[in-house]
Design a protein around this ligand. Structure first.
Ligand SMILES: Nc1nc2c(c(=O)[nH]1)N[C@H]1C(S)=C(S)[C@@H](COP(=O)(O)O)O[C@H]1N2
Ligand SMILES: [Mo]
Length: 312
């Protein structure tokens, strides 16, 4: 375990060592990985680029980081297969450059943002977030990105814009899983405008100080740490501002199981299993799941008027 830091030490003094220690450990182990690892992972490792000039962001945690190897080999990314090990194996066929994100709908300044523009739009921060999958596992991941609000501010939403809809890439040529109708492709997700503008919500372009591995949603994804992992759409190509609440791929696949909000909530079970506990990847025993994944202090006010059993 990392040593707990006293509350008065700003995250800026501890974040980079935590991050780079994890990554250095990976690099030291990389010799073994070439022998043991899959081809996809080797290809990704060669492709990862260090993101220069990132600075420590807020909301740091003293919890131990999930090792890079686990973050990049235990993934849900159904466009590359439904097994946790599939994306690391098959996502080498994703071409994260050139890339553009179309931003449109109810905004004053719609436009297409290429990756280099997105990388320079706002200062890149290292943000260590707890992530909780609806399936009951969790990780602590050092993302690189900046608040999605930075992009939202620039496109100037109209007064009628109440929600954002995210659309992710669905290309059969690059994504073998899209040939199988496990979900209604393309994968779509949504947030209420105030959730999307919340300073915790990230537009992420990296992790562990480097560009995103394909299997983590290269080259750009959303990260919403107080919601179940599926709200954090990977490899996004479009952000549309709309008036009505969007219907996400998971909502249309199983409306009784996946609601629009999907806030992490240990008191509201999934119809088929409890959400009270979780297994942190790399740990043996389970830990209690925290309301809003431990971010209640930051986000509970967004839901003060909402019955969280009804709006799950
Ligand atoms: N496009 C797309 N985004 C996705 C998914 C997916 O299958 N396709 N899976 C989601 C789920 S269920 C989780 S838990 C997280 C996992 O992100 P990670 O592999 O980077 O940890 O991505 C989410 N984003
Ligand atoms: Mo998930």
């Amino acid at each position: 375990m990392l040593i707990h830091r006293p509350a008065d030490i700003p995250p800026s003094e501890i974040t980079p060592p935590e991050i780079y220690r994890g990554r250095r450990e990976f690099i030291r182990a990389a010799g073994g990985l070439v022998l043991a690892g899959g081809l996809g992972l080797q290809a990704e490792h060669a492709a990862a680029t260090k993101l220069a000039g990132t600075r420590p962001g807020p909301y740091g945690t003293s919890e131990e980081l999930t090792p890079w190897k686990d973050v990049t080999t235990y993934n849900n990314f159904y466009e590359f297969g439904t097994d946790k090990a599939d994306p690391a194996r098959t996502a080498g066929s994703l071409r994260p450059r050139p890339w553009a994100v179309q931003v449109d709908g109810l905004v004053k300044r719609p436009g297409s943002y290429d990756l280099d523009t997105l990388l320079r739009l706002a200062p890149l921060e290292d943000r260590i977030y707890r992530m909780r999958c609806v399936e009951g596992w969790s990780m602590v991941i050092p993302w690189v990105g900046y608040p999605l609000g930075e992009l939202i501010r620039r496109v100037e939403p109209l007064g009628s814009a109440k929600y954002l809809e995210f659309t992710t890439l669905a290309d059969r040529a690059q994504m073998p899983g899209v040939r199988t109708p496990v979900l209604d492709w393309p994968y779509t997700e949504g947030l209420r405008l105030d959730e999307a503008q919340h300073p915790l919500t990230l537009l992420a372009m990296g992790l562990y100080g480097e560009t995103l591995a394909n299997q983590n949603g290269a080259p750009v994804r959303i990260v919403v740490p107080w919601k179940y992992g599926f709200k954090s759409a990977k490899s996004i190509v479009r952000i549309r501002f709309v008036e009505k609440q969007p219907i996400s791929s998971w909502m249309s696949a199983a409306p009784r199981e996946y609601g629009f909000y999907s806030n992490v909530n240990p008191d509201v079970d999934h119809p088929r299993w409890s959400q009270a506990k979780e297994r942190r990847i790399g740990e043996f025993s389970k830990r209690k799941t925290l309301m809003f994944n431990g971010y209640g202090e930051q986000v509970a006010r967004l839901y003060s008027n909402l019955d969280l059993r009804k709006y799950f």
